[in-house]
Design a protein around this ligand. Sequence first.
Ligand SMILES: Cc1cc2nc3c(=O)[nH]c(=O)nc-3n(C[C@H](O)[C@H](O)[C@H](O)COP(=O)(O)OP(=O)(O)OC[C@H]3O[C@@H](n4cnc5c(N)ncnc54)[C@H](O)[C@@H]3O)c2cc1C
Length: 541
Amino acid sequence: MSTLKPSTIRIGHRYRPNRLAPSYDAIVIGSGIGGLTTAALLSDLGWKVCVLEQHYTAGGYTHSYDRNGYEWDVGVHYIGDVGAKTRSRMLFDFLSAGKLQWAPMADEYDRFFIGDKVFSAIAGKQQFRDNLVARFPAEEKGIDRYMQLLEIVSNGIAVHSISRVLKPWQRILAWPYLKLKTPALLYRNTYDVLRELTQDDDLIAVLCGQWGDMGLPPKRSAFMVHAMIARHYMYGGFYPIGGSWNIAESIIPQIQKSGGEVFTYARVKRILIENGKALGVEMADGHRINCTCVISSAGADNTLTDLLPAGPVSKAGYYDLLGRVKPSMAHLGVYIGLKETAAQLGLPKTNFWIYPSNDFDGAVDDFFDNAEAEFPVVYISFPSAKDPDYERRHPGTATIEIVAPAPFEWFEKWKGTTWGKRGDDYDAFKAQLGERLMEYLYDKLPQLRGKVDYYEVSTPLSTEHFCAYGHGELYGLDHDSARLKQTWLGPRTRFKGLWLTGQDVLTCGVTGAMMAGLMTTTAIVGMRKAGPLMKKIFGRT
Ligand SMILES: Cc1cc2nc3c(=O)[nH]c(=O)nc-3n(C[C@H](O)[C@H](O)[C@H](O)COP(=O)(O)OP(=O)(O)OC[C@H]3O[C@@H](n4cnc5c(N)ncnc54)[C@H](O)[C@@H]3O)c2cc1C
């Protein structure tokens, strides 16, 4: 049985009831990028905000941890759209007061191994298109049409986002306009849309080679999210210099400026609701914090099923609505440390995506039916190669991370056991899965055999423990068409003073959850007050 030393990376302040201010203007549950963004934007408007995080460190999926002299990120491998003065970049700059810096990956930011073929995604819109056309010359027309569809979806996403911020009556009034401006394409199935552009299964596979970035293969995902991700990375991938923990580290001072704080070890047990209104929260230690504005970034499912009393949730009709959405898939992580630098080991600044064949959906079905089947996707990332600051912090070493899907059900029998002490059978199962995943790495980079100093495997139960997702969800709710059509999934809830933010409000991804923070802030303070804030951030409303 293993004994694991806890990480020394700790962002945020440890919660104690006597460390709380006498009152707050808002409470945010969860310190992921969605929660921190909402808290920082409200703080900029002068609100005193208390962020409560159950983990020992702030950041949610943007947190990092260290062990045995190595440091890994758990939910950030690359972020797009920050290489120029885009809206995403401007918001990151605003939230971090310019402290967050970005290092570009290689021009070939993603490499797809599909069966025995290898394809690339190349940074730059024209380069991306030309590279595809060079590989699939007969499909030029379809590729150009694909590029056009990405633009159409991009405009539609803005309308989709606005519609989620509106009050229900405003949405009804604006419905004819929203309907006109929202292309049906957004909510269509990714595979169906692509099938109309090309009959080449390899091309469809390459276009969907990033399906792991939202957790659904093409026959199950909504084209809106597919297109968002493709566009997001089209100008290349970027890595937060110094590691992803710097995201929370650089945002927290903006929250503190207005007297707010980010508390860790601060598990919220329930949200206090009376007569349909939020009155504050009750902490796991029984302490109550009164506040009439409560914002949950803990995920829609957690918030509605675990944090709220069943009676009011049922009365508000949420159980029916929750039946229309489902949790995203769970995952395994392998965190690897090597005693040479990324340069010495020849590690690339390119992510690897390894697929058994171009039938992505079929491979997922096979694997979920049979744990011995090939992994439907194995993603390998080389964080120390991407981070120009890594060697200063951890000289002479390198790190690699592997992510692969795994159903939560495989681990359910160990639910409720203690982290680090789940039992020999659990450790043996984990070890066997880890060894299988390590073989994918050695197959692609044989020079690494014999060079690995340390590795450990995380399972969906690790996700449940550290990030509080009850089904070990990788990306909150599944990104299928049904979910995206749910107008109730937005910042507003059916309880006065209770708001949602984070990846279930818009989409997953650090930028998706960050934009949700902007949406939630706008919904809370109203368009009139949000206008000047937008101007400050983006230079225009
Ligand atoms: C393996 C993996 C790889 C990824 N790679 C990338 C990538 O390369 N690029 C990218 O853009 N995105 C990536 N993502 C997705 C991205 O990290 C997430 O979509 C995003 O960070 C989610 O932010 P959030 O604020 O919505 O939620 P989270 O970051 O999940 O934050 C929610 C927080 O709420 C806390 N919480 C829950 N319940 C309670 C409670 N009762 N009391 C107090 N606190 C509570 C949790 O502990 C957690 O900290 C990845 C995700 C994973 C899992």
